[in-house]
Design a protein around this ligand. Structure first.
Ligand SMILES: [Zn+2]
Ligand SMILES: [Zn+2]
Length: 327
């Protein structure tokens, strides 16, 4: 197998020839057809997350087909198309796992971070954490759903039932969520970097009723806001934009420091929450809705060997939607 491997923090990924791996008990081997590129991959490469393991193959939005099955796997078959998400393994016995909050497991493994991921021609996964994807939709089109879509979904559920929804940062997750929120009958207010006309137009094309810079207040108070951007300064900005009792959900795995802000922004029962990882139930709930809603992802495809280019384009915001690597 071949892979793009992170060998040192902050370094470029290196094209590497590796011996083929065999799935162990409870595992499957998946021949990768497509793997999305997520902002979390940048945090992994930049060494911004605690618990980093090196060397590592990044990538946690994997679509591929099973080409080897280890002992003890049931319900999956050779040739099945599956999706492998960020949550790669949980212990099953910690208080969080036992309380149906496996996203907070005390001893998890994360795909592309603490176990090898999908920037490769093949990957080994814990079979219990692979989602059957069926045959509808293209490999490339489905890949961004595996993290951007799933985390977006979990964030949206946490944001509550409110109709007026603000999305801060209009990248891969927001472009999926905008379609979902519109389908639910919500109104999306999209915030981009000030002056980023292109992403604002992209948001409107996906049904946002308003799009503007994050330095501009929305035309009406929001019921809830989800922050996908990594700038901690957006937290007080979003709190200011939500109504009494409104919620602000931080959806990213990493943010810059949040500046101090007056208590009055939180007062009146506004709530500030974060979303961490996903549960398998989130995945099942969300993936079931995808064909019904007709979510279409906008993707820019790069050959696996050009993963570094895809990552630098993501960092610079050079494309709409999501980047996807294909071997
Ligand atoms: Zn656990
Ligand atoms: Zn991700």
């Amino acid at each position: 197998m071949q892979a793009m491997v992170l060998k040192r923090q902050g370094a470029k990924l290196e094209w590497t020839e590796l011996p083929d791996r065999q799935p162990g008990a409870g595992e499957i081997r998946v021949k990768v057809a497509a793997c999305g590129v997520c902002r979390t991959d940048l945090h992994v490469i930049d060494g911004e997350l605690p618990g980093q393991i090196l060397p590592i193959i990044p990538g946690h939005e994997i679509v591929g087909r099973i080409d080897a099955i280890g002992p003890g796997v049931s319900g999956l078959h050779m040739g099945d198309r599956v999706g492998i998400p960020w949550l790669g393994h949980t212990c099953g016995v910690c208080p969080y796992c036992r309380a149906q909050r496996e996203n907070l497991c005390d001893a998890p493994l994360f795909t592309g971070f603490t176990r090898d991921g999908g920037f490769a021609t093949a990957t080994i996964a814990d079979a219990r954490f692979a989602f059957p994807l069926g045959e509808a939709g293209s490999d490339v089109g489905l890949a961004p759903l595996l993290c951007a879509g799933l985390i977006g979904w979990r964030s949206l559920v946490m944001a509550g039932e409110g109709k007026a929804l603000g999305l801060y940062g209009f990248g891969a997750a927001a472009h999926i969520l905008a379609q979902l929120a519109k389908w639910q009958g919500r109104e999306v207010f999209a915030f981009t970097r000030p002056g980023d006309i292109a992403h604002q137009a992209f948001a409107r094309s996906l049904g946002a009723v308003w799009a503007g810079g994050s330095d501009t207040p929305p035309p009406q108070p929001l019921d809830a806001a989800i922050i996908f951007a990594t700038d901690g300064a957006l937290v007080p900005v979003a709190l200011k934009a939500v109504r009494k009792g409104g919620r602000v959900v931080c959806a990213g795995i990493h943010m810059s420091d949040i500046p101090s802000f007056p208590y009055s922004l939180l007062w009146e029962e506004r709530q500030l929450l974060s979303v961490a990882n996903l549960t398998r139930q989130d995945g099942l709930d969300f993936l079931k809705l995808v064909p019904e809603i007709g979510i279409v992802t906008k993707t820019t495809v790069y050959p696996l060997r050009q993963a570094n280019q895809a990552l630098s384009d993501l960092r610079a915001g050079r494309f709409d939607g999501a980047a996807v690597l294909t071997p």
